[in-house]
Design a protein around this ligand. Structure first.
Ligand SMILES: *[C@@H]1O[C@H](CO)[C@@H](O)[C@H](O)[C@H]1NC(C)=O
Ligand SMILES: *[C@@H]1O[C@H](CO)[C@@H](O)[C@H](O)[C@H]1NC(C)=O
Ligand SMILES: *[C@@H]1O[C@H](CO)[C@@H](O)[C@H](O)[C@H]1NC(C)=O
Ligand SMILES: *[C@@H]1O[C@H](CO)[C@@H](O)[C@H](O)[C@H]1NC(C)=O
Ligand SMILES: *[C@@H]1O[C@H](CO)[C@@H](O)[C@H](O)[C@H]1NC(C)=O
Length: 941
């Protein structure tokens, strides 16, 4: 071999090597891109802006959120808080050989976390916290490099693999709280993780004692074990943790006293042991001069507040309510740092209110109710424009309120009740632009209520009971459109009740009892749609009770001890309590045992009266019959039809109709009536051809008065009965354009001047409520229930995401979910629905808040489900054992939908995805029928 050919050979070999290296190198590059794109492809909202750069054209190292090492291998994924949703493909992610950091917290990921996570063996930083996963946390023991582990508030349950973290000795940050793990004692495995500086194990079902050996974790700066079921004393070991800055043990069952050595924790700035069973004094805390936040409330602490607290230069939050503290507050407390709040309510504190807590102008809450404070409200607070809540009720405070207090621009609640304050409410109260609650009851306030009070348009409650207010109730009061409760009883108000009170449209309770009000009861009160309680007793009111009050839906009415005269309207007698009209000698009623009969007539004239009534009734019946026959003749309508066809009928159709308007009208007979509701009667119509329809009949004007109302329950305010007409329009507007297999189909509406007919498809199985709770109850297997749940969810998904302009139903409940012959669910009753203008965010709260008929979700269930067993016990016992597991999964999805913050609730699109994940094994494939516009064959004429 010549040297030439040798070097040529060498060169070509080198070339091949170079080429190979290049190919291998670039192929591993494109592999990494493929892994990332695969991860992206599984996300359900992968179109979010942040992943726009994730495409075939871009180098993986240039993908948003990706950081590579010097070899251009993916080292970090930083995608926390990006609203990403979907399941996580750990198979792909953990194929990234050099991945050290995976930051995916605060997103909307769901599904289980697969055991493939344990292939990510180079991970040092793992954040999956604040997501919506389900199931157990997989084995983490292979992740031996981990320093940062955050899984808090992520929907995990089952046993936590404590053993697997025992060897992760590099851990410095461990956050597992807010998950419903199985009950467990304090995990001894973490006591060997000496590098830990932050531990968050709050609210994850740990019980029993905190071990003494916690004191070995001497690097700890933050230790949070709140919201568990911890018992026993706070171990003395804790006092060895001298680096601690934050110690949170609240909401447990800890007993005993604060350990003496706590005085060693000189770096402590946040200390919270609230809501436990601790007792003894708190003098040991007087050394902790770095404290910013001190929370001792809801314990049984006693003794005096250390005067040293008054010198704490950083104190911003101080809450010790519901204990048995005595003595005085340090005069300088809260005067150094930007102090935010003090709550010392429900103790036995004496002395005066410390004057300088708003010195830095940042105080938001001053809460000192139910103590024995004396003296006045210090003048300084009149300039405290940051103040939001001022509550000093139930003390022995006295003197005048500094003027500026009444007009504080941010104050929302002023509560001075049960003291000995005196003086007047000044006109400047009109400048209190944020005031919603004004509580002055049981003091010695006097003078007139200023007219300017009507400028406080935010006012919801006025409580002035038991003072010496006098003069007239300002007629400007009608300007208070948000006013819900007005309690002016037991004062010296005089003059007439202002007519304008009837313009306070939100009023729920009116109590003007025990004043010197005169004149007539304004008829305008009868228009207060949500009034629930009306007490005007013990005044000097005259005249008749306005008939308009009959239309109110009251649980309490008290007009006793006035000078009212005349007949008590019959409808008021039905709701009224005994004695509601007593002490008004001029009042009478027919057939009431408490009031005299209106005519003083004898039995004999009584008989005459009956005869006269009979005669009048007879004549009326005769006249009506004649008129009826005449109308029938004129209109040539089938006699069975109860509908006044005074006007012509106008038909609006939304689907192809194969039936005539006449065929519908003829069928609206008593025997076809299948339901009576707040919004109208519902008839079942059998078409000649054998198919069926449901027809809702709504009146425009009030139907014959009494009969309609008599069925109401007294307490409930039934908005449906009141707003019948808008409801019809809402229903038509919402339903006419909707086409979905899980939304009830509105074929057409037929309207005249005074009546409306809504023609729907007929749902033979009635409502879900009926099937679950009434005598039409049937046994429903889990698969049937599951199908109903997912069907209803898909209907809502369509309303929220499938229409050009989203529709909010606002009255979703089992009685509004109807079932067809195959038990397939359809959403119905769109009477309260609202169409959101396109472009407006769906989560903007004002659309949802304050709508009548929408009852915000209650948190009872959430509170009842701390553990898996709890959750299983909440499940309907009729559900078979095998299905309970699935039911619990569905329950936790439901609970996600009721998160306190609407922003944290999943969208309906996500809910459907999550529900699909918990599909019972029984039917692996539900075939979702696509609905054409007119696929229901309605027979031809
Ligand atoms: C990333 O993008 C920048 C600018 O677009 C480009 O200069 C750079 O070469 C890209 N990096 C890689 C590794 O492709
Ligand atoms: C990842 O883990 C799974 C099971 O945990 C295993 O079957 C698979 O081979 C692993 N893949 C790699 C690339 O190590
Ligand atoms: C932890 O480490 C010890 C010793 O290094 C080993 O024996 C044990 O199996 C490890 N435990 C786990 C769960 O990996
Ligand atoms: C406790 O954790 C649950 C989730 O398991 C969460 O829904 C709840 O809000 C947490 N409670 C508190 C007080 O944070
Ligand atoms: C808390 O623990 C006690 C026993 O230590 C137990 O009786 C109780 O049921 C537990 N409570 C909860 C809510 O787990």
């Amino acid at each position: 071999m010549s040297s030439d050919s040798f070097s040529g050979h060498l060169r070509s070999t080198l070339f091949v090597f170079t080429l190979l290296f290049f190919i291998i190198h670039s192929s591993s590059q494109s592999d990494e891109r493929q892994f990332l794109l695969k991860f992206k492809s599984i996300l359900t909202n992968s179109k979010t802006q942040v992943l726009n750069t994730w495409n075939e054209e871009t180098h993986a190292c240039n993908f948003t959120g990706i950081v590579c090492n010097s070899d251009e291998e993916v080292k970090e994924i930083n995608l926390s808080n990006q609203q990403l949703a979907g399941t996580l493909d750990f198979d792909s992610l953990c194929s990234l050989k050099s991945l050290e950091k995976m930051s995916l917290g605060s997103n909307l990921f769901y599904g289980s976390v697969s055991s493939h996570l344990s292939n990510c063996t180079n991970l040092q930083y793992l954040d999956l916290g604040m997501n919506f996963f389900s199931g157990e946390v997989p084995d983490l023991s292979p992740l031996t490099q981990l320093k940062f582990l955050s899984l808090n508030l992520s929907g995990f349950s089952g046993p936590f693999p404590w053993k697997s973290i025992g060897n992760l000795t590099g851990l410095t940050f461990l956050s597992l709280g807010d998950n419903t793990f199985d009950k467990s004692p304090f995990p001894s495995e973490i006591l060997k993780l000496y590098n830990l500086d932050s531990v968050y194990l709050s609210n994850c079902t740990i019980e029993g004692r905190i071990p003494e050996a916690i004191g070995d974790l001497t690097s700890l700066k933050s230790l949070q074990l709140s919201d568990n079921n911890l018992t026993g004393e706070i171990p003395a070991g804790i006092t060895k943790l001298t680096k601690l800055q934050m110690l949170e043990l609240y909401d447990n069952k800890l007993t005993g006293i604060l350990p003496v050595g706590l005085s060693n924790l000189l770096n402590l700035s946040q200390f919270d042991v609230s809501t436990n069973n601790l007792h003894g004094d708190v003098s040991v805390l007087k050394f902790l001069t770095q404290l910013e936040s001190l929370q001792l409330f809801e314990n049984s602490f006693s003794g005096e507040i250390p005067q040293e607290f008054g010198d704490f230069k950083f104190l911003k939050q101080f809450s010790i309510y519901k204990n048995q503290f005595t003595g005085e507050l340090p005069a300088k407390i809260g005067s150094w740092a930007e102090f935010e709040y003090i709550d010392v309510s429900e103790n036995y504190l004496t002395g005066s209110i410390p004057p300088d807590m708003c010195k830095m102008g940042t105080l938001q809450k001053l809460l000192m109710l139910q103590n024995k404070f004396t003296g006045g409200l210090p003048e300084n607070y009149a300039g405290c424009s940051s103040l939001i809540r001022l509550r000093v009720s139930n003390n022995s405070l006295s003197g005048q309120i500094p003027d500026g207090i009444w007009s504080l621009p941010n104050v929302s609640m002023i509560d001075l009740e049960m003291n000995q304050f005196e003086g007047q409410v000044p006109a400047s109260i009109g400048e209190a632009k944020s005031l919603t609650q004004l509580f002055l009851a049981n003091n010695r306030f006097s003078g007139e209520l200023p007219t300017e009070i009507s400028n406080v348009s935010t006012l919801v409650e006025i409580e002035l009971t038991g003072n010496q207010f006098s003069g007239e109730i300002p007629s400007s009061i009608g300007g208070l459109k948000k006013l819900s409760n007005v309690h002016l009883q037991d004062n010296m108000f005089s003059g007439a009740i202002p007519e304008s009170l009837g313009s306070c449209v939100s009023l729920n309770e009116i109590n003007l009892a025990g004043n010197s009000l005169s004149g007539q009861i304004p008829a305008s009160l009868g228009s207060l749609a949500s009034l629930n309680s009306l007490n005007l007793s013990g005044n000097k009111l005259t005249g008749a009770i306005p008939a308009s009050l009959s239309s109110l839906k009251l649980t309490l009415i008290d007009l006793s001890d006035n000078n009212l005269v005349g007949r008590v309207p019959q409808l008021l007698l039905m709701v009224a309590y005994n004695g509601s009209f007593a002490g008004n000698p001029g009042l009478c009623a027919d057939g009431s045992k408490d009031l005299r009969e209106c005519s003083q007539a004898s039995h004999k004239s009584g008989l005459i009266k009956v005869a006269v009534y009979c005669f009048i009734a007879g004549v009326l019946v005769l006249m009506l019959s004649l008129a009826y026959i005449l109308i029938i003749k004129l209109r040539k309508i089938d006699r069975k039809c109860p509908i006044n066809r005074g006007g012509s009928w106008d038909v609006k159709q939304f689907h192809v109709l194969k039936f005539s308007e006449d065929e519908i009208l003829r069928s609206l007979t008593q025997e076809n009536l299948i339901g009576k509701g707040g919004s109208g009667n519902v008839y079942k119509v059998d078409l000649k051809c054998g198919e069926q329809l449901a027809v809702k009949h709504m009146w425009k004007s009030e139907p014959d008065s009494g009969s309609w109302r008599s069925s109401r329950s007294s307490a409930a305010i039934l908005p449906k009965e009141r707003a019948r007409w808008p409801e019809y329009e809402a229903e038509v507007a919402a339903l006419s354009s909707l086409r979905h297999m899980n939304v009830v189909k509105l074929y057409c509406c037929i309207s005249s001047e005074d009546s409306n007919l809504l023609v729907y498809e007929y749902m033979p199985n009635g409502s879900l409520w009926d099937r679950l709770h009434t005598n039409k109850k049937i046994k429903m297997d889990w698969d049937v229930r599951y199908e109903i749940a997912i069907g209803a969810a898909m209907g809502l998904e369509y309303l929220h995401h499938g229409c050009e302009r989203p529709v909010l139903h606002r009255d979703v409940k089992s009685s509004n979910i109807l079932l067809d012959e195959e038990m397939k669910p359809k959403l119905a009753d769109f009477g309260l629905a609202k169409i959101v203008q396109s472009g407006k965010a769906m989560n903007s709260t004002h659309i949802i808040a304050g709508t009548h008929g929408y009852i915000a979700p209650v948190y009872w269930v959430q509170n009842e489900m701390r553990t898996k067993e709890d959750m299983v016990s909440l499940v309907d016992p009729n559900i078979s054992k095998d299905a309970k597991e699935d039911a619990v999964k569905m329950l936790s999805i439901a609970v996600h939908c009721t998160m306190k913050l609407p922003a944290l609730r999943p969208s309906m699109r996500m809910v459907v995805k999550m529900l699909e994940e918990v599909k019972p094994y029984l039917f692996t494939d539900i075939i979702i029928e696509k609905e054409g516009a007119n696929n229901v064959s309605l027979c031809k004429n």
